[in-house]
Design a protein around this ligand. Structure first.
Ligand SMILES: *Cc1c(COP(=O)(O)O)cnc(C)c1O
Length: 352
C-alpha cells in the first residue's frame, strides 16, 4: 500500500438496488419506487421555472417547500430540516448527533445504509437482533448507548412498530437522540410526529421518494425540536449550504399542493398490496404483514435466490439480500395491477 493510501478514509459503500435502463417489458419491483408518476402539478412547476432563475444560487431556506411542509405537518419552520433525499438527511443526522464513545443502536435487520454511515464517520455501533418474528422489542433499547435509529415501518421486513413502543424507547433514553426513519409511513404505518412536542431528542425523518413518487428528484426532510434542527443546520451549513436545487424545491412544493392525488395513488398501492397478501400464500409464499409499498416473502419449498434468478430471466427485477436471517426472503415492491398480474403469472410457472 502506498503512503498516501494509508491516509485514505476507506469505507465499504452501500449498494443500492439496480437501476437498469428503462426497456419495454422490464418489470422493476426492486427499489420501492411508486409505480405511478408524480402529480401533474410537479411537471408544471418544473417547466414553469424561469431559466433566468438558474443563474442565481437557490434560497438557503428552501422556500416555498419549507412553508408547505410546515403547513402540511402542522409544525413551525424552525422544526424542519430539508435534504437531498432522506439519505442525505440521515447522513447529516448521524454526523451531527452521534458523537460519543458509546455505541449507537439499531436492529440487525434494517436499512443497510445505517452501518455504512456509522463506518464512514467512525461511529461505534451495535446491532440489536430483531425478535424471531422480525419484530422490534422496545425494551432491547433500554441500555446505555450513543444514539438509536429505528426504521418504522422497518425495511426490508415491512413490519411496523406501535408508536407506544417507540415512546417507550424515548422514555428510557432521554440522553440520546432517537432517529425514527419513516420512509414508508404513508402506506399504513403510524407516524410518531405527535411525539415531537413531548421529546426534544426525537428526530422523525421522511422522504418524497416513495409515497410522493419523486425518487428521481431527491427530497427528504426531518421534523424535530428546533434545538435539534438548529444543530443539524449548523453541520449542513458546514458542508454545503446549497444542497437543494431550485428544481427540486419547486417540484416538492408542487407535490405537497396536490393532496388528493397523493391519497389516491397511495391508496391504490395499499389496495394492490392487500390483494397480493391474499394471492401469494396460495402459491406457497409466507408473506409478512406489510405496512409499506413492498412485500417481504419467503417460499415454503423453493429457495429465494432461485426464485430471484428465475424472475430475472423473465425480466422481473425484485430484491434479494444475501444476509444472515433473511437470505431466504425476497423483497418485492408493489407495482401496478398489471405488473402484479405479470408477477403472479411468472411465480406460478416458477413455483409450479
Ligand atoms: C428508501 C429509503 C430511504 C431513503 O430514501 P431517499 O430516496 O434517500 O429519500 C431511507 N430509509 C429507508 C428505510 C428507505 O427504504
Amino acid at each position: 500500500m502506498s503512503g498516501w493510501e494509508e491516509k485514505v478514509r476507506t469505507v465499504v459503500p452501500y449498494v443500492p438496488g439496480e437501476q437498469p435502463a428503462v426497456t419495454k417489458g422490464l418489470i422493476k419491483l426492486n427499489t420501492n419506487e411508486l409505480p405511478y408518476p408524480p402529480s401533474s402539478r410537479v411537471m408544471e412547476a418544473i417547466t414553469g421555472l424561469p431559466g433566468e432563475s438558474l443563474r442565481l444560487y437557490p434560497d438557503i431556506m428552501e422556500e416555498p417547500l419549507l412553508s408547505r411542509l410546515a403547513e402540511r405537518y402542522g409544525v413551525s419552520k424552525d422544526e424542519i430540516f430539508i435534504g437531498v433525499g432522506s439519505d442525505d438527511v440521515l447522513a447529516m443526522a448521524f454526523l451531527t448527533f452521534f458523537h460519543s464513545d458509546r455505541p449507537v443502536l439499531f436492529p440487525d435487520i434494517t436499512y443497510s445504509f445505517y452501518d455504512v454511515w456509522a463506518e464512514l464517520y467512525r461511529i461505534p455501533y451495535e446491532t440489536v437482533p430483531l425478535l424471531p418474528d422480525f419484530r422490534i422489542e422496545p425494551s432491547d433499547y433500554f441500555r446505555e448507548n450513543g444514539g438509536i435509529v429505528l426504521a418504522n415501518p422497518n425495511a426490508p421486513t415491512s413490519l411496523s412498530t406501535e408508536p407506544s413502543g417507540i415512546e417507550d424507547v424515548l422514555k428510557a433514553n432521554p440522553d440520546s437522540v432517537v432517529i425514527v426513519d419513516e420512509a414508508y409511513v404513508d402506506f399504513g404505518g403510524e407516524t410518531v410526529l405527535p411525539l415531537v412536542p413531548k421529546y426534544e431528542n426525537l428526530l422523525v425523518v421522511q422522504t418524497f421518494s416513495k409515497s410522493r413518487a419523486l425518487a428521481g428528484m431527491r427530497i427528504g426532510f426531518a421534523i424535530g425540536n428546533k434545538k435539534l434542527i438548529g444543530y443539524l443546520n449548523d453541520v449542513k451549513f458546514s458542508v454545503n449550504s446549497y444542497t437543494m436545487n431550485r428544481t427540486a424545491v419547486a417540484a416538492g412544493a408542487a407535490a405537497l399542493s396536490d393532496e388528493e392525488y397523493f391519497k389516491k395513488t397511495v391508496n391504490k398501492v395499499i389496495e394492490t398490496r392487500e390483494r397480493a397478501k391474499e394471492i401469494l400464500p396460495g402459491m406457497g409464499f409466507r408473506v409478512l404483514d406489510s405496512k409499506t409499498n413492498f412485500l417481504f416473502v419467503s417460499h415454503e419449498h423453493i429457495v429465494a435466490a432461485d426464485i430471484y434468478r428465475a424472475l430475472r430471466e423473465k425480466q422481473i427485477y425484485v430484491r434479494h439480500f444475501a444476509k444472515p436471517r433473511i437470505d431466504n426472503y425476497l423483497r418485492i415492491s408493489v407495482g401496478t395491477d398489471e405488473e402484479m398480474q405479470a408477477l403472479y403469472a411468472a411465480l406460478h410457472e416458477i413455483t409450479g
